[in-house]
Design a protein around this ligand. Structure first.
Ligand SMILES: [Zn+2]
Length: 207
């Protein structure tokens, strides 16, 4: 079962309107200003490399997320929807900092795993971090959310950092814990040394 984290829903005064040229038709129209400024800069650099970036989803309110989640539960079975869609109150999209991105030339890959094969996905994987974006759900993510190569969160301002950093630290702690577990298992394999105690720094035992 995927582990989604609670997020506050941004208020209208936190959000700006995304200009139409950056959107797929009917896409969510609002996000945080800092995220939009970073996206517009990023999209113009990508354009120079021949890659068209568009936004397919940005800020979502509680009711919209609830409708998406119920739809996922219908589609994948009750209890399975959360692998693909966060329950209401738990979406990064509530914050206005998460953007689902698309390749302008490949609309059929919008919100699909095949987006990962597009030129836009390859470009983003390489350059998006330098514009302040990070992939929320890479392959093998600790939250066990399905791989979403299109879902990027902006972490380049203080509010965004305060929202997302605790989770990144939690992730770091888990990494540290697994390093510790590895060290312990190495120590226990040393215990099986033909010279008992050697691996524990005691030296060979003389009876
Ligand atoms: Zn998303």
């Amino acid at each position: 079962m995927a582990r989604h984290l609670p997020y506050p829903v941004a208020t209208m005064s936190d959000l700006v309107t995304i200009p139409t040229p950056h959107l797929r038709p009917a896409a969510a129209r609002r996000c945080r200003e800092t995220a939009l400024v970073a996206f517009v800069r990023m999209a113009s650099v990508a354009q120079q490399a021949g890659v068209g970036l568009l936004i397919v989803s940005a800020y979502r309110d509680y009711a919209f997320q609830e409708a998406l989640f119920l739809d996922a539960e219908r589609r994948y079975g009750v209890g399975n929807g959360s692998t693909w869609v966060a329950p209401p109150g738990h979406s990064e999209h509530h914050t206005g900092y998460a953007l689902d991105l698309a390749d302008a030339d490949f609309p059929e890959t919008d919100d699909e795993p095949s987006f990962g094969e597009t030129p836009a996905a390859a470009w983003l994987a390489h350059y998006a971090p330098s514009f302040g974006f990070e992939l929320s759900f890479p392959e093998g993510n600790w939250q066990e959310v399905g791989y979403e190569p299109w879902h990027w969160r902006f972490v380049g301002d203080d509010v965004a950092k305060s929202l997302f950093m605790p989770h990144r630290l939690f992730f770091q702690e888990r990494e540290d814990a697994s390093v510790e577990a590895l060290a312990k298992s190495e120590a226990s394999s040393q215990k099986k040394s033909p010279f008992p105690g050697e691996g524990l720094g005691m030296g060979p035992r003389h009876v």
